[in-house]
Design a protein around this ligand. Structure first.
Ligand code: FEO
Length: 175
């Protein structure tokens, strides 16, 4: 059964949101590069790549169900932050907003009894739990680090080791 017009729109909106997330994280990576935090920049580039993956999962899903993928404009992301903590606080706040968007998608799928989309979206529901946990773990560590230059440089090194996925333990590694 082909995806409905309404669910196609729901997915196209979220493809835009995921790509906007990617753009935001790339902007954060640029800020970190500019401020000589190569490790945090690396982490953000991985986060950028993950958001592109999220968008592409949805892109492929819509196409596989006979829907018409339509890409929308993405506005320029925020580019300046006060400090490292502020960047990760924004990351956490952003992921919490994305979680709300995913929940709205789940509600839209349920309303239409689109079980295939419900099943597909379950992966994103779980992913958002991880995304929020990771970001809040980093914020908690940065709050402890405060203005300590040694602490920031050490944590920069820790997050610079991120492969594709980063778990709670490594994010919270003590500095
Ligand atoms: Fe695509 Fe970070 O959620």
């Amino acid at each position: 059964m082909n995806i409905s017009k309404n669910m196609t729109k729901v997915f196209n909106d979220q493809i835009q949101a995921e790509l906007a997330s990617a753009y935001l994280y790339l902007s954060m990576a640029a800020w970190f590069e500019e401020n000589d935090f190569g490790g945090f920049a690396h982490w953000m580039k991985k986060q950028y790549a993950e958001e592109v993956e999220h968008a592409m999962k949805m892109f492929d899903y819509v196409a596989s169900r006979g829907g018409k993928v339509e890409l929308k404009a993405i506005s320029a992301p925020k580019r300046e932050w006060a400090n490292v903590l502020a960047v990760y606080q924004d990351t956490l706040a952003h992921e919490m907003e994305v979680t709300k968007l995913i929940y709205k998608m789940v509600e839209a799928a349920a309303k239409e009894k689109d079980y295939a989309s419900t099943e597909f979206l379950n992966w994103f529901v779980k992913e958002q739990v991880e995304e929020e946990e990771t970001a809040s773990g980093i914020v908690a560590t940065l709050e402890k680090v405060g203005d300590s230059v040694v602490g920031l440089v050490t944590y920069d090194h820790v997050l610079g080791k991120r492969s594709t996925k980063i778990g709670r333990a490594s994010c919270r590694e003590r500095v």
